[in-house]
Design a protein around this ligand. Structure first.
Ligand code: G
Ligand code: MN
Length: 249
């Protein structure tokens, strides 16, 4: 289902007031272990005292969740600018809250105000939500791509659509769900599935990020299979309103 925004043709249109919601972000590095650089930081929603996203978002209405989601993108860009972040910035978003041109305008305005360029913004969406209306979704994504924003599919392999999604939509990046990553080095069936995903991504020129890497053995397996981008406690935990130090393997 697409949310259609009906804009009046008069120039006197005034946007509804937006109340300020109390939340901030922690940032977790996504590292390139070949170049030994920080490729991006993922912005993760936190309470003002660092509370978990789960705690902040629990029990909120659909409308409030979307309002948080919308403010999350612009606020993360503002914080990245303030932190003088030199890497890319990866931000989670619900596909439905991306769908309006005012969102693109807000993102552009946040980028200009903070000095953080849109060419270093990545929007992460989860495959389940993305696939609900694929043609509406690809139209929306085209707008973001025109601004230079890159798109990642988050938690890939955790939902039900899996590889099907890639037939209709090719993201710039694909984040392999941590359940596929966990103990990959001694799980035959996981290895078979992941090898197939890696092959598809190579054929479609999609960069893969292995998420939730906790052990050197997990990193080594992926590294031997051509993956160079990683996120996980092995390298760095998320840090509240800060860019944490990274330990490279
Ligand atoms: O859904 P998404 O992939 O955006 O969420 C990332 C979540 O995974 C964050 O809450 C982050 O704190 C958590 N996370 C990041 N790295 C690791 C890890 O190595 N292990 C575990 N268990 N969780 C992780
Ligand atoms: Mn994510």
């Amino acid at each position: 289902m697409r949310i259609e925004l009906l804009l009046p043709d008069s120039a006197a249109f005034v946007a509804p007031p937006r109340h300020h919601l109390e939340f901030s972000h922690a940032f977790q590095p996504i590292v390139d272990t070949i170049a030994r650089t920080v490729f991006a930081h993922e912005a993760l929603i936190r309470g003002m005292a660092g509370e978990s996203a789960e705690k902040v978002l629990k029990g909120l209405s659909y409308e409030t969740l979307h309002e948080i989601d919308r403010q999350s993108v612009t606020r993360a860009v503002a914080t990245a600018g303030r932190l003088n972040m030199q890497s890319s910035l990866s931000i989670n978003s619900l596909p439905h809250s991306l769908e309006s041109s005012s969102r693109c305008n807000e993102l552009q305005a946040a980028s200009e105000a903070s000095g953080f360029p849109l060419s270093r913004v990545i929007v992460e969406v989860t495959e389940n939500e993305a696939i609900a209306d694929i043609s509406g979704f690809t139209d929306t994504i085209a707008e973001y791509r025109r601004l230079g924003v890159q798109i990642a599919i988050d938690d890939f392999g955790a939902g039900h659509s899996g590889l099907n999604l890639l037939a209709d939509f090719q993201p710039d990046l694909l984040k392999l769900d941590m359940n596929l990553v966990r103990s990959i080095h001694n799980r035959g069936p996981r290895q078979a599935i992941v090898r197939a995903i890696l092959q598809v991504c190579e054929d479609l020129a999609i960069e893969v990020i292995a998420e939730g890497v906790e052990s050197p053995a997990e990193h080594d397996w992926f590294s031997e299979h051509g993956v160079r981008l990683f996120q996980g406690y092995l390298f760095a935990k998320p840090a509240f309103e800060a860019m944490p130090p990274v330990s490279f393997p």
